[in-house]
Design a protein around this ligand. Structure first.
Ligand code: SF4
Length: 353
């Protein structure tokens, strides 16, 4: 097991990790890392739904983009489907943290499905912005990745008003109806730096471009990137725990390399680490995407400790304490169940007298 030498000092990386310390093998461990509030809520939603209604519970798309989480929930009785019409009529379906377009709610209604919407409230916020600007007849330039579930869901709120802009290189192709009435919004899990570059180029083209009312790239994405930026200049190898379809996890590898890490890899599990990556390496950075349970990071730290990387130093870029309430539909049913159980206890106690 590794030795943890600093757990939570809100230190700057330059303080926490000086070059003369690198004579021995060491790990810089990012904080924050792993689960964000939206992922935690979505995973707990499926777990509680399984407890409350019993399996199977259907989930449209991966509840969060993490292989381990999906496999674990499948073992408990969750059935993941790609489209709503794969869910049997009248069954319960949970919508994933990435959000869905209004048409998906319509499809569920037509099939008389019981729906629980685990869309992250920070994604819902972007949906609301899209609706509001579309109602005001703006052209909305949505910065994001084509085909990503979140982008599909947000675009579905106002398809006639939204144009997708995938990167700074796509700005030249963008056309709008009225350059004086244009706003940009974004996917929540993008690289902050690349998004700002896209916005800079968009603003060159459309000087009247409006900003979103508040940051669309969420706090969790920003904080995880911030920690990686602090660690990267001193890191020979950055290991990001996360799945290849997890946008925020993929971005962490990119951000690490852009900010000076000599090498970087994304792994779902510790046993995917190739020992050759460690050759000549003294400092390994470790972090995890917002959909990654901590147990997978512990496995990576154990793997590294077995390979001589026992000293672990935490690099804390921000403190996080945000929590979201469970979806209303689920809270209502949980409360009803508690009420029934309390009634039964009262009834049983009464029949004893
Ligand atoms: S990464 Fe951000 S937007 Fe996505 S689920 Fe987590 S908190 Fe919500």
């Amino acid at each position: 097991m590794e030795r943890m030498t600093d757990t939570a000092a809100p230190a700057q990386a330059s303080d926490a990790a000086t070059p003369d310390e690198s004579a021995t093998k060491r790990v810089l461990l990012a904080a924050p890392r792993g689960y964000c509030a939206g992922v935690d809520r979505a995973v707990v939603t499926v777990e509680k739904a399984l407890d409350l209604y019993g399996p199977p519970v259907y989930v449209r798309k991966q509840i969060v983009h993490n292989k381990h989480v999906v496999t674990t929930l499948e073992k408990r009785g969750a059935i993941f489907v790609d489209e709503t019409d794969e869910v049997p009529e009248g069954a319960t379906v949970i919508f994933s943290a990435h959000g869905v377009a209004p048409v998906v709610h319509d499809e569920a209604k037509a099939l008389s499905l019981k729906t629980i919407d685990a869309t992250c409230p920070l994604v819902t916020k972007v949906h609301r912005e899209a609706v509001r600007f579309a109602d005001d007849d703006y052209d909305i330039l949505l910065i994001g990745h084509e085909g990503h579930e979140e982008v599909v869901g947000t675009s579905g709120e106002a398809p006639e008003h939204i144009t997708l802009v995938q990167s700074p290189d796509h700005v030249d192709e963008v056309e709008v109806r009225d350059p004086e009435k244009v706003v940009w919004l974004s996917q929540t899990t993008l690289s902050v730096d690349e998004t700002m570059e896209t916005v800079r180029r968009l603003r060159e083209k459309f000087p009247q471009l409006q900003d979103p009312p508040s940051d669309d790239i969420c706090y969790a994405t920003q904080n995880r990137q911030l920690a990686v930026k602090q660690m990267a200049p001193e890191t020979d190898l950055m290991i990001v725990v996360g799945s290849t379809n997890s946008s925020n996890s993929v971005r962490l590898v990119e951000v690490a390399i852009e900010h000076g890490a000599k090498d970087g890899h994304l792994v779902d599990y510790a046993d995917e680490i190739d020992e050759s990556w460690l050759e000549g390496v003294q400092t390994v950075g470790v972090t995890s995407g917002a959909s990654v349970p901590e147990v997978l990071v512990r496995d990576v730290l154990d793997f590294l400790a077995r390979h001589g990387f026992e000293d672990v130093k935490a690099i804390t870029a921000a403190e996080e304490s945000l929590l979201f309430a469970l979806p209303n539909e689920l809270r209502r049913d949980l409360k009803a169940r508690q009420g029934k159980e309390a009634d039964k206890i009262r009834h049983d106690a009464g029949s004893l007298h």
